[in-house]
Structures are given as structure tokens and as C-alpha cells.
Design a protein around this ligand. Structure first.
Ligand code: HEC
Ligand code: HEC
Length: 128
């Protein structure tokens, strides 16, 4: 190998060192692989909340309150407050008209609300 090639190899090696210093930190923080890292705190959602700003047109609005109302085959806990007939009384925004079929029934494709609407909470991880 002539010395130019050695120089190239050296340069590559050094740039690798610089790159290694910028490596992203693991989510487990400084905990060694042989130990279990403490889990991050569970998200705490407010029982009630005010509508959060939307970032883009047609965005499914974020859920500003706890998302644990049950959605089962027989019962949808979200409609209890967001069904248009009850919304005003519950001080909640009525479910969007696009979610209903021509007969005024909730479209099956919109039944699982949390497929599109997600709660929002800032949760610290071990790395931040
Ligand atoms: C106890 C009544 C209640 C229940 C049950 C409920 N909500 Fe809400 N929801 C509210 C209220 C009050 C607000 C705040 C006012 C508003 O913006 O609608 C709200 C806000 C929202 C918003 C924001 C609306 C917007 O325009 O920004 C979404 C999305 C939402 N809820 C989805 C859900 C989903 C999904 C469920 C089921 C997991 C659910 N809600 C269950 C009362 C309720
Ligand atoms: C397939 C995705 C999807 C599902 C499932 C869904 N939504 Fe939505 N929802 C949207 C989108 C997208 C919008 C925003 C519509 C817009 O701004 O034109 C919206 C808007 C809303 C709004 C705000 C209405 C307004 O006038 O500002 C409420 C409340 C809401 N949905 C409740 C619900 C509830 C309750 C369920 C379950 C029964 C549900 N959504 C299921 C996509 C969905």
C-alpha cells in the first residue's frame, strides 16, 4: 500500500471517532444491559381538558382528556359525551358530521375513535 492509501485509511478512522462521539443515547440511559432500567413514568392525563390547537387542516383533533373510556363491541364510552344529541349538555364538541352515514348512524369505520384521535401528554424518558 502506498502512503496516500495509508493517509486515506487514517482519515477515515479519525472521522469514525468523531462520529462515535455523536452516537445517539440509548433510551435505557446509562443503565448497563445486564440491569433493568426503571420504566418511564406513566402518562397522567387530565380528567377534563380544553380543545388543543390543530397543526394542519383535517387533522383528527387530539384528545385533551383521559383516553380510558371503554370502546367495546357493545358500548362506546366516547359517544356518551360526543354524540351530537348529548354533546351540548356534556359541554363537548359533537362528533364530526363526516363520521355518520346517510341514516345518521355512526359509520362503522369511525367506531374505534382512538384509531385516529390520540391523547397528548409530555412524558420524560430516561434519555431526556
Ligand atoms: C365525560 C364526557 C366525555 C367523554 C366520555 C369523552 N369526552 Fe372527549 N371531550 C369532552 C370535553 C368536555 C372536551 C373538551 C371540549 C371540546 O373541545 O370538545 C372533549 C374534547 C375531545 C376532543 C377534542 C375536540 C376538538 O375539537 O379539539 C376529542 C378529539 C375527544 N374529546 C375525543 C374523545 C374520545 C376519543 C373519547 C373516548 C375515548 C372521549 N372524547 C370521551 C368530554 C368527553
Ligand atoms: C378514521 C379516522 C377517525 C375516526 C375513527 C374517528 N375520527 Fe373523529 N375526526 C377525524 C378527523 C379527520 C376529524 C377532523 C375533521 C375535519 O376537521 O374536517 C375528526 C373530528 C372529530 C371531532 C371534532 C369535530 C369538530 O367539529 O371540530 C370530534 C369531536 C370527533 N372527531 C370525535 C370522534 C369520536 C367520538 C369518534 C369515535 C366514535 C371518532 N371521532 C372517530 C377522524 C376520525
Amino acid at each position: 500500500m502506498n502512503h496516500w492509501k495509508w493517509l486515506a485509511v487514517l482519515a477515515l478512522g479519525l472521522s469514525g471517532l468523531v462520529w462515535a462521539a455523536d452516537l445517539p443515547q440509548s433510551l435505557r440511559g446509562a443503565t448497563p444491559v445486564s440491569d433493568s432500567a426503571a420504566p418511564p413514568p406513566m402518562a397522567q392525563y387530565p380528567g377534563k381538558g380544553k380543545a388543543l390547537p390543530r397543526e394542519l387542516a383535517y387533522q383528527p383533533p387530539l384528545i385533551p382528556h383521559k383516553p380510558t373510556y371503554p370502546i367495546t363491541l357493545k358500548r362506546n364510552g366516547c359517544t356518551g359525551c360526543h354524540e351530537p344529541s348529548r354533546a351540548a349538555k356534556m359541554k363537548a364538541t359533537p362528533t364530526h358530521p363526516s363520521h355518520f352515514d346517510a341514516a345518521g348512524e355512526l359509520d362503522d369505520g369511525y367506531y374505534f375513535c382512538k384509531q385516529c384521535h390520540v391523547p397528548q401528554q409530555t412524558v420524560a424518558t430516561a434519555a431526556n
